[in-house]
Ligand binder design. Structure first.
Ligand SMILES: Nc1ncnc2c1ncn2[C@@H]1O[C@H](COP(=O)(O)OP(=O)(O)OP(=O)(O)O)[C@@H](O)[C@H]1O
Length: 271
């Protein structure tokens, strides 16, 4: 990785499906090793943002680069945890082989046996608490067990950029904490940047350097304190939102519906 080059750079980026614009004029640099939480209501365009970075969805306007190069599909520099869906029960892979695909799934032919690869797989399996079911067929595992394997697969290849789409869904508290900590550990160890889509900021509050909050076509980006407060979110939603802090947790109250017709260029770096 070239030093000083952002792991992810979006410049003047707008995304639309037909007539419907999800967000626009998004400028965002994510530094190597940075952890950014992406929040927002259902349909705000969080998953779509990840699809843009994966080269699966073209921008309407603007540019997107991963470590200084335009995005392309199948970029091995990116680790990705897709939004949860069950694996086919008939999938014959064992858990450890599924994780191993994150190391050499792009190669044709049989997996190359190597001690280093095995150690890497064992390390991430342990980190997500999957050692006990490492040799079980993935299709027979529970949703949460499969989800932990997806997380392990995304980090095992030491990518420059980690994209995770609601990776804590259906995880119990202990495993959610382990998964958040694994992303944090990855960025410390390898300098990976982490873009973490979540409905709840609390599990990642200890790690998030910044929050990108999408709502009604607008956004705010800044430190968690700068974004997760009543004034900033009320302004973003154009309706009263109350942000409460209790015991180190952030609670967002208020049934705000983002404006369907946001003002043009209404976004800013919160400070
Ligand atoms: N390929 C597509 N074509 C047309 N519309 C799409 C497409 N993909 C997503 N959308 C729509 O764009 C909107 C944003 O979807 P997206 O999945 O990015 O939202 P999200 O913020 O991740 O939501 P959630 O929190 O529910 O996962 C949704 O209303 C969705 O129906």
């Amino acid at each position: 990785m070239r030093s000083g080059t952002p792991a992810l750079r979006l410049s003047g980026a707008s995304l639309a499906y037909g007539e419907r614009r999800l967000w626009s004029e998004l400028d965002l640099d994510v530094a190597p090793g940075e952890f950014i939480a992406v929040l927002g209501a259902n349909g705000a365009g969080k998953s779509s943002l990840l699809k843009v970075v994966l080269g699966l969805q073209p921008l309407e306007r603007g540019t997107v680069e991963v470590v200084g190069r335009p995005v392309r599909r199948g970029d091995r520099r990116i680790g990705y945890v897709p939004q949860q869906k069950g694996l086919d029960p008939a999938t014959p892979l064992r858990a450890r082989d599924f994780v191993r695909l994150g190391l050499d799934g792009h190669r044709w032919g049989p997996l190359v046996p190597s001690r280093r690869a095995r150690e890497s797989v064992d390390r991430v399996l342990a980190a997500v608490g999957a050692t006990d079911y490492a040799d079980s067929p993935v299709g027979r595992l529970s949703g949460g067990e499969q989800q932990r394997l997806r997380v392990a697969q995304s980090v095992v290849g030491d990518p420059d950029l980690l994209l995770a789409d609601e990776p804590l869904l259906s995880l119990d508290l202990n495993h959610a904490a382990a998964v958040s900590a694994l992303f944090h550990e990855s960025r410390l160890r390898t300098g990976a940047a982490v873009v973490f889509v979540t409905h709840d900021v609390n599990p990642v509050l200890p790690y998030a350097d910044r929050v990108l909050y999408l709502a009604g076509g607008r956004f705010r980006v800044g430190t968690p304190d700068a974004v997760m407060n009543s004034a900033t979110l009320s302004d973003l939603y154009g309706a009263p939102v109350e942000v409460l802090r209790s015991g180190g947790r952030v609670l967002v109250a208020g049934g705000a519906t983002p404006s369907e017709h946001p003002h043009a260029h209404d976004h800013e770096e919160a400070s």
